[in-house]
Design a protein around this ligand. Sequence first.
Ligand code: 5AD
Ligand code: SF4
Length: 470
Amino acid sequence: MNEKKSIIITDEAIKAQRNIINKIANLNKNKCLKFHIKTYGCQMNVHDSEKLSGMLKEMGYINTKNIEEADIILFNTCCVREHVEIKILSRVSQIKELKTRKPDVIIGICGCMMQEKEIVDKIKNYYPYVDLVFGTHNLFKFPEILLKAIFSDSTVIDIWDDNPNIIENIPIKRADAIKAWIDINYGCNNFCTYCIVPYVRGREKSRRPENILNEIKSLANKGYKEITLLGQNVNSYGNDLHEGITFAKLLYMVNEINGIERIRFMTSHPKDLSDELIFAMRDLGKVCEHLHLPIQSGSNRILKKMNRKYTKESYLEIIDKLRVNIPDIAITTDIIVGFPGETEEDFKETLDLVKKVRYDAAYTFIYSKRSGTPAANMEEQVDKNIKHERLEKLIELQNKISIEKNAELNGKILEVLVEGISKRDKEKLTGRTRTNKIVHFLGKPDLIGNFVNLKIKETKAWTMQGELIQ
Ligand code: 5AD
Ligand code: SF4
């Protein structure tokens, strides 16, 4: 009953937006207008920008990399760390000069930062030249908000606290023709004490499996080879559907889709990583041998304060199980240093854990105080200099391990999906191994989109050089 209701609402919602898209497309006829989107933050934001691009394209706008020639400029924002927020606001300040020179340019800000009331108030008071503001829950309403902004002299602001429905069939203009991002669940229920995501992205909502599968089938028909299933915590996919479908079961269904050769996913929460998923990774040929499994800290005391709901020991047990079942698996992680109350002893435990796991790569962060989260009010905030020192030590250790791990691949022959021309060396192509390692090699551009076997010749911490095996 509920499900039916939600489908009707979402269909109507998107139908109304499609009508507005057509209206704007008519207004824009023969005008050759351009848009520029600046995206900050995670892959989910990158994918949201693909949806904004899809809607803009259907409204008759063309993408431009040159902000100076854009008629619409959108900032799709992230609020996970404070310094990124500061950077974004400074970028929005700089745009004032452009808006003064070209008053017809439409400036919009959307994404996670706009779910913070203080930020929206700041925009209202100090950035009056911004034309439109919307949040994460009503991205599908962008055409309607834009239409209002086109005919309004003041800032159009539309922010929703939440949206219980999933809006399907938003037009998407994907940045890539070989690999694609697919949302499988939105929001997060975990409330890690440092993290603002649950407050700005809302509670967990899973897309219906048939919608996910249909989207992937249509990508396969268009020639896509690789897909990455996205969610703040993909491991809890399906819990809210109450139909017995799990993330592992979804992987079995996706694995059946002809044409898709590689399946990736992110992000996984260790507390929800099941044996069923490990066995699915082991048994399903298309699921790649890479897992991003954020640990955040190696100290049980800090993990508890972070509300992570696992211990160092239970995490290491998962790592062992993964390596027994999937011997060549690459494991990457996220680590925060300087969480409130983190002592030298706690930090040493993090270094110790990194040495034990020997990650292929780690994304390392300095703890950033996010107002509204429990950790922001915790006593014993760590001194800035100490945080920086710890970060440096951690990066140094991880780099050494990454270099050693990649060096083990020297001389090996690995399958690589060719993604494009290397940015650094235009003579070379670039692609990724199943374990998500970047390899550059000499080859003709007609190999782009194909699988090749490369002999690894030279390795560094983040990239490798390979030679084509005929
Ligand atoms: N400070 C620093 N890092 C954070 N992350 C999330 N919130 C914060 C914060 N307040 C990191 C976590 C998460 C990654 C996406 O960002 O490591 O896994
Ligand atoms: Fe943030 Fe924790 Fe949810 Fe990840 S699992 S999005 S770190 S609250």
